[in-house]
Structures are given as structure tokens and as C-alpha cells.
Design a protein around this ligand. Sequence first.
Ligand code: 5AD
Length: 482
Amino acid sequence: MELKNEKWSLDKFKEIREEVLQQWPTGKDVDFEEAIEYHNNLPEEQIMAEKLAEAKEEDVTLIQPRAGVALIDEHIELLKFLREEGQADLLPSTIDSYTRQNNYEEAEAGIEESREEGRSMLNGFPAVNHGVKACREVVEALDAPLQVRHGTPDARLLAEITLAGGFTDYEGGGLSYNIPYAKNVSIEQTLLDWQYVDRLIGYYEENGIKINREPFGPLTGTLVPPSVSHSVAIIEGLLAAEQGVKNITLGYGQCGNLVQDVAALQSLEELAEEYLADYEDVMLTTVFHQWMGGFPQDEAQAFGVISWGAATAALGKATKVITKTPHEAMGVPTKEANAEGLRSTKQVINMLRDQSLLSNDKLEEEKEMIKQETKQILDRVFELGNGDVAQGTVRAFEAGVLDVPFAPSKYNAGNLLPARDDDGAVRFLNHGNLPFSDEVVEFHQEKLEARGKSEGREPNFQMVIDDIYAIGKGRLVGRPRS
Ligand code: 5AD
């Protein structure tokens, strides 16, 4: 099948659908007409797009955790706890690693073992194995919208089952769930597989059902320069809108410098509005991810990191924030620790709800720079695709015009080296083949030279290493001997 950014015909979609629904026995329980009926009867408070629209209107930042365990009853109990004790506004179901790899046999074994052991032996909720009915049990036990959060290159069957199961939001995308997660899956393949997911959601929309889509913003974490993740987010937004998706939440992961992070959130929304202007009735919202890098072991220090993320999300007026927990350095958190991350976040957000970061020269300069960089990247992507953003994306990755630092994918050039400047903002130490103007390149050079000067060293690879480990040592910028 040829990859093009063009809405799939319903016939083409249905042809592939027959294969997808046969990938695991639970696929046969998906009945689209009946699922439409089910969604029509969902209470409004469980429709993600409605909740997000309301939050955007009222300028509030909603909070959402990550959470998932192997068995239905325990999963329900966990989510209820996060809703009641954590005051979560929106709920997730984090999917286990086997399901993310389409390894449903191992997921089944994990379910069995979990039953025998009396505790979760999977690192998430195996929604495909549990099937449509079980997903609905989860939805019906709760009073908030549910989103699927995963990391799955081929997420077609998972989408079919969870959406028929009453979930109203789906995370991921053909780039953001490939490049940071897989080594050997081609970009062409994941873009096609995610066109299927987007077309499915477009099909729901054609039938009056709102399903929200959220490209995964942070990619590989806290040292991804905003223009790199923005380019990916906007491409995924465009690809989704072409297939008929109407509700899109674009994401950005905290880098740590307040001004840069607020500039990133504001410019993401403004750029996306510009690039998606040709698509009618698209509702755009934003999500901010609290620190997606290494965490301090000490829980008190972890709360500091969490609170700084909460403050940034509130001041940047993100529509929602994905929270971290004081157990982040240890692994999957207990439900108590998860609720603590939520409550500390809510406290900060409530305190800041009537404040915003005042517009100032520094903020405007950051926004302008992020916009210029993103436009320079996207212009070249369109050029490489002769106007087709899907084809342009494949070629741009081949040429290193799109490039994600620290990504495992062999389809990613991996030429970029980011490092923090003297204020902790993320800059390009090496911009690889990104098609930047001299002005942009010099801006980054100067920023890093200024840091080098104050540390008495040349900007070099050691800075990158120091920055990666800094937060665990209680700092944002990895200074020598600090
Ligand atoms: N429950 C809670 N958090 C989870 N994460 C991954 N799986 C789960 C789960 N089942 C979190 C990690 C990390 C982020 C990427 O997702 O702890 O913070």
C-alpha cells in the first residue's frame, strides 16, 4: 500500500479491518454499530473531548496519572482510588509491555500468573486479552473519561477493542510511538498503521462520536529541544486530521527551564492552529508531561520535581498535565504514591490557577525562536514530500531533517546533541542535518558558549552527559563538580 496523506476510503479501511479484527479472538466481539450505540449512552462526564473543551474554556489545568495492572477488579480498584484519593480529573489505562509488542500469548500467561500469585505480574492493563466487555466494566465502574496510554507501534487492534469498550481518548502516533519505542519498525509502516487508527476515529466522528487523539509529546524525554518535538506533534496532528480526527491534544514534555517550557506550550498551540487551519472544526488542546527523565531516589526531592512540573503546567496554561509519582526512580508506583503525585500537583495548580507568566521579552524571544525552528523543519518536510506531509516525513527521517536525540530506532539519524545553556534551557550542541538558518545556529552556539564560559570549559559532549545525570544529583544543569 502506498503511503500518502490522503483520507482512506471506507472500503479500503474495512478491507484491512477484517484482518485486524482477526489478530486475536477478542477482535470478533467488536461490533461497530453497537459501539456507536454504547458511546451515545455514555454520560457526558465520561467523554474526554467534552471535559477538555470545558477546561480549555475555563482556563484550568486538569490532572491525569498513569496507571494499569493485569486484572480487571484490581484495575478498577486502582483507578477508583486515584479518582477518590488522588483527585484525578481524567483517568488512564496504561497498557502492559507484551500488549504493546502485540504479544497477546505472553499477556495471557501474565494474566494467569497474576491470578495465581494474587498480584499483578504485568506492568499494565492487557486490554486486548480482556476484550470489549471487560473494558466496559472498567468504564462503567468510574465517573471520569478514560484514555488508553501505551507505546505501541502497531496499535490497531488495541484501538478497535478499547474504543468499542468505551474509552474516549487514544494516545500515540506513527512517529511518537515508533521512534522512541522501537528499533526495527519502518516509519512508513507505523505511519500506515496509525492512519488506520486515525481513520477508525474519523469513522466514529462521522457517526457523531467524539474520540480524542493525543500524539505522545515528550518522545525521548527531558533533553528534546521543543522545535523537534513540536515538528513531530504537528505532523501527527495533520495526519490525524486528514483521516477525520476532530479532537486533538498536542503534547510537550518538561525540559525544566520555566520560560522555555511556557514558551513551548504557547508556541505549540499557536503553531498547531496555524498548520491545522485548513481542517474545519478541529478542537486543539495541550498536555504537559511532568519530568520524563531520571528521578531522584529520595521521595522528598521527587516531590520537588513533581511540583515544579505542576507549576510549569499551570503557568503555561496546559489543558492537562500527566503526573509523576515519588516512586518514579523505583518503577511502577503503589496506588498510594500515585495518589500523592496527583494531590501535590493539584495543590500547586489550585494555588496558581489565577496566575500566568507575564509576557516579557525573554518569553517572546523563546517563542519566536521555537516557531522559526519548527517552521524551518516543517518547510523542508513538505518540500521533500512535494507537498505530501506523510511522504515528506519518511524522507525527512532518511535525510536527518527530522531527527530525535537518544532514540533507539534505526530509522532515525541520531545526529542531534542537545545540552542545557546557562539558564537550563535546552539548546543544540550539534543540530545534525536540521535545516536551520545561520541565525538559529548562531543563537544556540552563543547560548552554549555562555554556559561554557561560566563553567570554564568548552561546550562539549561531557556537558550532555552531565545534564543527563544532573537531576538525580539534585540539579537541572550538570555543572562540573556540583
Ligand atoms: N502504572 C503506573 N505508572 C506506569 N508507568 C508505566 N507503567 C505504569 C503503570 N502500570 C509510568 C512510568 C513512567 C512513565 C513513562 O510511565 O513509571 O513514569
